[in-house]
Design a protein around this ligand. Structure first.
Ligand SMILES: [Zn+2]
Ligand SMILES: [Zn+2]
Length: 91
């Protein structure tokens, strides 16, 4: 499959229930093991960081802002989950 965010060809990834894009695990901000642990029901409603963000801030933020913020969140996620949380509530 092809990741719809970074356009890289990847073996495996996740599909967002919101925007229906296919994302590789790093763009999805989730580890492969983490995703598998979700189970079929939660995987079926899984949303990418961008969709989660748009749901949280429907009108206050422009889409460009949301995309930009998503990138920051994903960077933080790679380093430390606690950082992700702090960045998120800081918005
Ligand atoms: Zn990607
Ligand atoms: Zn999405």
């Amino acid at each position: 499959m092809k990741c719809d965010m970074c356009k890289n060809e990847v073996n495996d990834g996740v599909q967002c229930a919101g925007c229906k894009r296919n994302l590789d695990y790093s763009c999805a901000g989730i580890s492969e093991t983490g995703y598998r642990k979700l189970g079929p029901e939660r995987r079926a409603v899984w949303k990418c960081p961008q969709c989660k963000l748009l749901r949280t801030y429907p009108e206050e933020k422009s889409i460009t802002d949301a995309i930009h913020t998503t990138r920051i969140l994903m960077e933080a996620h790679r380093n430390d989950k606690k950082v992700l949380y702090m960045v998120f509530i800081d918005l």
